[in-house]
Write a protein that binds this ligand. Structure first.
Ligand code: AQP
Length: 323
């Protein structure tokens, strides 16, 4: 199967990105034809400084490589190294009804958070449809927050197929790949972990900073000795994703029986997070010390991605009467 997903270079990656998406990228790269990209066109809607954007793009590349994305198995590339994306985006824009974009929750959310109501932000789901359709993707590993955008991608593809595709259709219809237990990773305040909510734990923060941040996780005031429902506790929800099976079972039992305080869970969660990323942290330092290797990976990825993209774009151009 063809797998495709992207991640925005709009700031340091957090454990919501890791559990909700990157972990699946790594698993799926073994048995499939996988394409993963750094979505810098998308980041233009929020990052407005050239040097910062370049730094974030580099950081996401090294983060993905350090976390186990293998450029021998998957195509790793930067979105803007494939300018075909923008042309396809325009072809898709031309058949996308405004109403589909007007109902997008993420646009409304971001404007409510104070981002300017610009066209790029509004049209973001069409660019995302282009990202996906350009590679004939079958499956798109993402978190729950992207589900609505994936539905738009399918709708836009069907509409383009209907308008131009004849019997064969132009685009393959992709499906989201969302795992229930990691679909929405909670942040420090219990809401979805998100850069814009300022409630993240960054994957490659200093271990001391990670331990300190986890201590801020918001919990209720149930006393240590009182029984607690682990299924209703976002802190435990996160703990069980990082803890070893025996630690998870022990903590779960003590939640139900009473006798465990949130402070202890936070300390153990902090340790588990630091431990989980210890090897990746070392690998990251090696990549950072060799930017020329990162540049090689980027260039090779661009070449492969572009070759695939060109074929699909030509199909769409021919179908719509361009060229
Ligand atoms: N909290 C989360 N739980 C599960 N999955 C998540 N993802 C993000 N946050 C969570 C998934 O990570 C992938 C990359 O996301 P992105 O590049 O679109 O970044 P994002 O969703 O914009 O991340 P933020 O932190 O939420 O940024 P802002 O605040 O700018 O919107 C996606 O697959 C996403 O689902």
């Amino acid at each position: 199967m063809r797998i495709l997903s992207g991640i925005q270079p709009s700031g340091p990656l957090h454990i919501g990105n890791y559990l909700g998406a990157i972990q699946q990228y790594i698993t799926l790269q073994d048995e499939n034809d996988a394409y993963y990209f750094v979505a810098d066109y998308h980041a233009l809607t929020s990052v407005r400084d050239a040097a910062t954007l370049r730094k974030y793009v580099f950081d996401v590349l090294v983060d993905l490589l350090a976390l186990g994305l293998d450029p021998e198995k998957a195509v790793l590339f930067v979105q803007s190294d494939v300018p075909e994306t923008v042309e396809l985006s325009w072809l898709l824009t031309s058949v996308t009804p405004m109403g589909w974009l007007e109902k997008c929750v993420s646009y409304k959310d971001k404007v409510q958070q104070g981002l300017p109501a610009e066209h790029g932000l509004f049209a973001y789901p069409v660019l995302q449809a282009a990202d996906i359709l350009l590679y004939d993707a079958d499956l798109v590993p993402v978190g729950q927050d992207q589900k609505q955008h994936l539905e738009i991608t399918r709708d836009v593809a069907e509409r383009f197929n209907h308008v131009y595709g004849g019997k064969k259709g132009v685009f393959r219809l992709p499906k989201p790949y969302i795992l229930d237990n990691v679909a929405v990773i909670p942040g420090l305040d219990g809401r979805k972990m998100s850069k814009s909510y300022n409630n993240t734990i960054e994957i490659f923060e200093e271990p001391g900073a990670i331990r300190k941040k986890v201590k801020k996780f918001v919990t209720d005031s149930t006393p240590v000795e009182a029984p607690k429902d682990p299924d209703a506790c976002p802190l435990f929800g996160l703990f069980k994703l990082f803890a070893k099976a025996e630690d998870r079972d022990e903590v779960e039992r003590r939640y139900r029986e009473g006798g465990i305080g949130y402070g202890e869970v936070k300390t153990r969660l902090g340790e588990a997070i630091v431990e989980r990323f210890a090897e990746a942290r070392e690998r990251r330092a090696e990549w950072v010390a060799h930017p020329e290797r990162v540049a090689e990976v980027r260039a090779a990825g661009a070449q492969k991605a572009r070759a695939t993209a060109r074929k699909v774009l030509d199909r769409a151009r021919a179908a719509s009467g361009l060229g």
